[in-house]
Design a protein around this ligand. Structure first.
Ligand SMILES: [Ca+2]
Ligand SMILES: [Ca+2]
Ligand SMILES: [Ca+2]
Length: 249
């Protein structure tokens, strides 16, 4: 079954000023269209690549639980991933149920989108996956694949970026239930180059979703972040290393 390509572009408008600071482009595909969705992305995202994270260097948690990498995932290529716990823990939820998990199996309609890869980050039915996006150079676009968003109906799904909220469930999906395993390509455009920005993918129920192939891009040749900022990034990396050491001990 070929799903009709659907695209929606939305500009967030700041009340009162009329200024548009971020845009969101949303394209819907289905599970059989990973290759064509990837081709579409590669043809569209022609700006400079600042950073890319496909989660293939991480250790997946097996279905049913077990050892593997979970959030917080600090110092990924595109920044630090954290989880906002909450939501109803459904059948696909595994321990630790308050964290998002690296997975490499394709159950429940969430799956890898990396060509030749296997891993992705599963929300594990929590309320939100958050990304403190940073890639070492200034960037003004973020793109990624989402899988299995809102296939249970009547859920809220919001993308918050740079202090702006896109109500995807209402304004883009029109509150309609999506298919199990549907694939969505998201591109966020920022109105200026930034060294870092907070992104939150929020769901208000136990509707699990996956994210993969997160890309930070720049409309100009990459500009390294100012000298003081790598120190901060290095500090965060050290904290992540300490956290990993603690988890392993
Ligand atoms: Ca992947
Ligand atoms: Ca599903
Ligand atoms: Ca789902």
């Amino acid at each position: 079954m070929i799903k009709k390509f659907a695209t929606v572009a939305v500009a967030a408008t700041l009340l009162g000023t009329g200024a548009s600071a971020a845009t969101l482009d949303w394209r819907a595909f289905d599970q059989s269209q990973v290759a064509s969705a990837t081709s579409y992305r590669d043809a569209r995202d022609t700006d400079h690549v600042v950073a890319f994270e496909d989660f293939e260097s991480y250790t997946p948690v097996p279905d049913g639980g077990g050892p593997g990498d979970v959030t917080p995932l600090t110092s990924t290529s595109v920044g630090d991933f954290t989880t906002t716990p909450g939501g109803r823990c459904g059948r696909s939820c595994d321990t630790p149920d308050d964290q998002s998990l690296i997975r490499n199996t394709s159950n429940y309609g969430r799956y890898n989108t990396t060509f030749g890869g296997s891993n992705w980050l599963d929300s594990n039915d929590n309320s939100a996956i958050n990304l403190a996006a940073a890639g070492g150079s200034m960037f003004d676009s973020i793109s990624f694949f989402l899988t299995d968003v809102d296939d249970v109906g009547r859920v809220a799904f919001e993308i918050n970026v740079a202090g702006e909220m896109f109500d995807v469930a209402e304004d883009i999906l029109r509150s309609s239930r999506q298919g199990d395993g549907d694939l969505f390509l998201v591109r966020i455009g920022l109105d200026r180059l930034v060294s870092s920005v907070d992104l939150s993918l929020f769901l208000d129920s136990g509707d699990g979703f996956g994210i993969d192939d997160v890309r930070l891009g720049s409309s100009v040749a990459p500009i390294p972040v100012p000298a003081s900022l790598p120190l901060l990034a290095g500090g965060l990396g050290l904290m992540g290393w300490i956290a990993r050491r603690r988890r392993k001990s």
